[in-house]
Write a protein that binds this ligand. Structure first.
Ligand code: CA
Ligand code: CA
Ligand code: CA
Length: 457
């Protein structure tokens, strides 16, 4: 088993080294080719990772000083240590013979596997982002309350106002939005930010000794700083869907009530990020839960087509701490049962994979699906939410569907703070509105309904 997995990793690396494809080109080409043929081109699976950066898993507790010395001799730098997952990020010096260095590394008995540090991408449809005036308000939020305002079918929505009526006194719930960051000064989000209780703001010190200076509302794992400012817009949009302040007279209302958003930035201003930075983001949310913050949900509106054992392990760590992981099913319009999209398709029971529907309750044409690997659908077309600069915009994608589910999960955890992730997941899935056309598309055969979830046992 040991040698098989090392051989598997080696095969992957050979392919990768032999076919250097730039991430940008590969991502651009997969959308069109995949939709036309229903398959993903081989070059996409082979390429699209930084050829100098890998994740290494050691068996047991390696003698790190011995390993470090050995690696330096091969021109390999141990860059970061993801201790919770037992994984290290390594960088091969551009001056070293990369292929030979990897070969030497795989010969070490301490090495369990090596895999590329795969890039991850937001699940947003291009051409979205129609700017709207800040006073467009609740009337445009068809996903929460559909009156046919955009030409759709009345009540093809998640029954949010009905759910808010129904919800009893709620305990605070923290949702970690692992994304492009957040605009912390947005008027609809400013009162919805999680605050690190052990950190003193703006004193230039890491008061709680968690490795991040002044991390009041989250972190940026690209820079390692305590400032998750959103330079893209995607993260702020997802955060608003979950938690925008309702009944404050401005903008929109989020699905959850009294939710706090932990902003964990790992995606850059183009919406891309690395697997290692995603792992660090998940580890941060888990670590803050261990310190005492009620982090019950991670919202993940991104992914790729690569199976990463390291990312899998990180999500398993979240599971061990009773955190539900809500993931976008992806925008390739593919059957995920055959062509998985990760992290949505990892076989872990704390993951809920979410497809996207429009305001007529039809599966969006771009949305991936699968009755074995996609749990339910939720609104994801022309969704109005917050964007940086105090503005609002309509975005489209399974990226927008997942946060609706994260918001409903927060409502359920607020009502039942001691509920397990499994119980909340079960209530969400049994509370869906069953839609005949979704029967052959998603496991539950339905679209999210907040009231249905609250009324489910
Ligand atoms: Ca800190
Ligand atoms: Ca501080
Ligand atoms: Ca508002």
């Amino acid at each position: 088993m040991h040698s098989v997995s090392r051989y598997g990793a080696w095969l992957l690396i050979v392919t990768l080294v032999a076919m250097p494809v730039s991430a940008g080109n590969a991502v651009a080409s997969v959308d069109d080719t995949a939709r036309e043929t229903g398959t993903v081109p081989a070059h996409f699976m082979a390429g699209a990772a930084d050829p100098g950066v890998y994740l290494v898993k050691f068996t047991g507790s390696p003698d790190t000083s011995r390993v470090d010395t050995y690696l330096r001799e091969q021109g390999i730098l141990l860059e970061r240590d993801y201790r919770e997952v037992g994984v290290y990020r390594i960088r091969i010096s551009p001056r070293a013979d990369g292929e030979r260095a990897l070969e030497q590394l795989l010969r070490l008995p301490e090495v369990e596997y090596v895999e590329p540090d795969y890039p991850l991408r937001i699940a947003l449809e291009p051409g979205g982002g129609i700017p709207l005036p800040a006073d467009a308000l609740f009337g445009s939020q068809w996903a929460l309350h559909n009156t046919g305002q955009l030409g759709g079918i009345p009540d093809a929505d998640i029954d949010a106002p009905e759910a808010w009526e129904h919800a009893a006194a709620l305990s605070p719930v923290v949702v970690a939005v692992i994304d492009t960051g957040i605009d912390p000064t947005h008027p609809d989000l400013i009162h919805r930010l999680w605050t690190n209780p052990d950190e003193i703001p703006a004193n230039g010190r890491d008061d709680d000794h968690n490795g991040y200076v002044d991390d009041m509302h989250g972190i940026n794992t690209i820079t390692g700083s305590g400032d998750p400012l959103d330079d893209h817009g995607h993260g702020t949009h997802c955060a608003g869907i979950i938690a925008a302040e309702g009944n404050n007279g401005v903008g929109i209302a989020g699905v959850g009530e009294d939710v706090r958003i932990m902003a964990v930035k790992f995606l850059d201003d183009s919406g891309s990020g690395s697997t290692s930075d995603a792992i660090e983001a998940i580890n941060y949310a888990v670590a803050e839960k261990k310190k005492g913050s009620p982090v019950r949900v991670i919202s993940a509106s991104w992914g790729n087509l690569f199976y990463s054992r390291s990312l899998y392990k990180a999500i398993f760590t979240a599971r061990s701490h009773d955190i539900l992981f809500v993931a976008a099913a992806g925008n390739y319009g593919l059957l995920n049962d055959v062509q998985p999209f990760y992290p949505a398709s990892y076989p872990q029971d704390n993951i809920i994979a979410v497809a996207a529907t429009d305001d007529t309750d039809r599966l969006a044409p771009f949305s991936s699906y699968g009755t074995r690997t996609v749990d339910l659908a939720a609104p994801g077309v022309s969704i109005l939410s917050t964007v940086p600069g105090g503005d609002y915009a309509m975005y489209t994608g399974t990226s927008m569907a997942a946060p609706h589910v994260a918001g409903v999960a927060a409502l359920l955890f607020g009502e039942q703070p001691d509920a397990s992730f499994l119980h909340v997941k079960k209530r969400i899935l049994s509370g869906v509105d069953r839609i005949p056309s979704l029967g052959p598309k998603v496991a539950s055969g339905g679209r999210l309904n907040a009231l249905g979830a609250l009324e489910a046992p």
